[in-house]
Design a protein around this ligand. Structure first.
Ligand code: NDP
Ligand code: 8X3
Length: 261
């Protein structure tokens, strides 16, 4: 049965969607377990939201690529808050726009290990706690990149296609249990995402800015509103996949983005 104040565990809560979802869930009365590598940021957010909304919060370091780190993060969160109900497997990133024949190992590994392995490790560690609680929701953060391919996005797209299949599989595997499974699959959203994608490259800031040139992208708060909506729907309603794009982005491809310049 749905508790009055569900406990949500969110990875990648130090920035972007994760931070925005934490803010939105806290306003709904959710207790929160927040994780990221930049632990000082999640600790500050946890303190702020506890003071602002009177919810219980806990924050800790996690590197979702590392099994031991994820298991410790989840175990400590469950112990601190007494239960886990909602899991938001959000931590992820893109690195570069290299063609498949050019991609450096470091970028290849960063994307696959974070976006695919990290998601599996997070859910694998958290699911026993959700099952024990008897009510829950697993939220994957996929992407429009999980529905198409684009040049320079081969590995990122492969990783997000992987996220889509993980969500579809988990939904089949959990059918009959009181746990919903949703993948929220956004298009272009202005967060630190593009800065991280081009980090370390010449003209990184300009490249990141150019992604949103002349168009109105979504904001992290728009994705948080999607997350709030799918979780707050009645228990018998499961949104499987929610594709959300800016009005200016008619197709998933950059070529069909409307730019006013
Ligand atoms: P941000 O860069 O703003 O946030 C990414 C978050 O992921 C940060 O909190 C970062 O925290 C965390 N993270 C990255 N690697 C790790 C790791 N190894 N362990 C733990 N945490 C990690 O980008 P977004 O908010 O935009 O991205 C969030 C998710 O949304 C990603 O999965 C991304 O692929 C997806 N997405 C983004 C879109 C966009 O256009 N912005 C569109 C569609 C999907 P820290 O560095 O502190 O560890
Ligand atoms: C992020 C959206 O278009 O950069 O997942 O791949 S895109």
């Amino acid at each position: 049965m749905r508790p009055d104040h569900p406990v949500a565990l969110i990875t990648g809560a130090s920035s972007g969607f994760g931070e925005a979802i934490a803010r939105s869930f806290a306003a709904e009365g959710f207790h929160l377990a927040l994780g990221a590598r930049r632990v000082e940021r999640v600790r500050a957010l946890a303190e702020e939201l506890a003071a602002q909304h009177g919810v219980r919060t806990w924050a800790g370091p996690v590197d979702t690529r590392d099994t031991g780190s994820v298991e410790a993060f989840v175990a400590n969160a469950a112990e601190a808050l007494g239960a886990l109900h909602v899991v938001v497997a959000n931590a992820g990133l893109a690195r570069g726009l290299d063609k498949i024949w050019e991609i450096p190992d470091a970028d290849l590994e960063a994307m696959l290990r974070t976006n695919v392995e990290g998601v599996v490790k997070t859910i694998r560690a958290a699911l026993p706690h959700v099952r024990k609680a008897g009510w829950g929701h697993v939220l994957f953060i996929g992407s429009t990149a999980g529905h198409i391919a684009y040049e320079g996005g081969g590995v990122y797209c492969a990783s997000k296609h992987g996220v889509k299949v993980l969500a579809q599989t988990l939904r089949l595997e959990l059918c009959g249990e009181p746990i919903r499974v949703t993948s929220i699959d956004p298009g272009m959203v202005r967060t630190a995402f593009s800065e991280v994608r081009f980090q370390g490259q010449e003209d990184a800031a300009a490249k990141a800015e150019a992604v949103y040139r002349g168009m109105t992208p979504l904001e992290a708060g728009d994705i948080a509103e999607c997350a709030r909506w799918v979780v707050q729907l009645p228990d018998h309603v499961n949104i499987d996949e929610l594709i959300v794009k800016p009005r200016d982005q008619a197709s998933h491809h950059g070529a069909k983005v409307f730019r006013r310049d």
